[in-house]
Design a protein. Structure first.
Length: 218
């Protein structure tokens, strides 16, 4: 885990950062549907898991820009940008109706990521512990799949004034709409390091990556 310290005096969002860390500490979140038709087709044709394929593309998008890899280190009062952020995925246990967090490392190489993500899931099936370990996994972002519902809105609340900058991403069950498979996606970022453009940009980049990935792999 490596990071660079951001000079808040020369930070391109200096004024915005100051306002939303001092005057109005808040987050910004957005829910919209994205077209995953080609990724569904690719997953079926290659007999791979749609969920892991999407998790890979989401991780790729969030690693493509410094704004999505920011964090505030309260211990040292530093704004930092990680070299890479990795997804925390979740395994649901039908018998206990609980989830186990899974720390998965992001690899730029798709095959490498897929292999390790699948292995992480299989290992997590053997435990029922809620093993969150933020201290030893500071550059992991939350990526949670709500598989039971194709929802229209979702809110993630954090304590007022809590300066948590890493992305929190949720997505639900995709459904067919006018011959296309559309999937709800919720992206939450802290307003100090992101605005509406940066949140919306996650959706734009994802749909672009989905198209290129599916076309290139099929």
């Amino acid at each position: 885990m490596n990071y660079k310290i951001i000079d808040r005096e020369t930070y391109y969002r200096k004024g915005v950062y100051r306002h939303f860390t001092e005057d109005c500490k808040c987050s910004v979140s957005m829910t919209a549907r994205i077209d995953v038709t080609s990724l569904v087709a690719f997953s079926k044709e290659t007999d791979t898991k749609f969920y892991i394929n999407f998790l890979y593309l989401l991780s790729k998008v969030l690693n493509s820009r410094d704004d999505y890899r920011m964090q505030y280190l309260w211990q040292s009062d530093e704004l930092v940008c990680y070299d890479v952020i990795n997804p925390i995925q979740y395994v649901f246990h039908d018998d206990t109706e609980t989830c186990t967090p899974v720390y998965t490392t992001y690899y730029e190489d798709y095959s490498e990521f897929y292999k390790h993500a699948l292995e992480d899931v299989e290992r997590a099936k053997n435990t029922r512990e809620y093993m969150l370990d933020a201290q030893n996994h500071p550059n992991w972002f939350d990526a949670s799949y709500i598989s039971w519902l194709s929802y229209d809105s979702l809110d993630i609340e954090l304590p007022d004034g809590y300066l948590y900058f890493l992305p929190i991403v949720n997505w639900g069950k995709y459904r067919e709409e006018n011959g296309r498979f559309m999937m709800p996606l919720t992206v939450r970022l802290n307003h100090a390091v992101a605005d509406g453009f940066l949140v919306a940009n996650v959706y734009r980049l994802l749909e672009k990556e989905i198209g290129e990935f599916s076309k290139g792999k099929c």
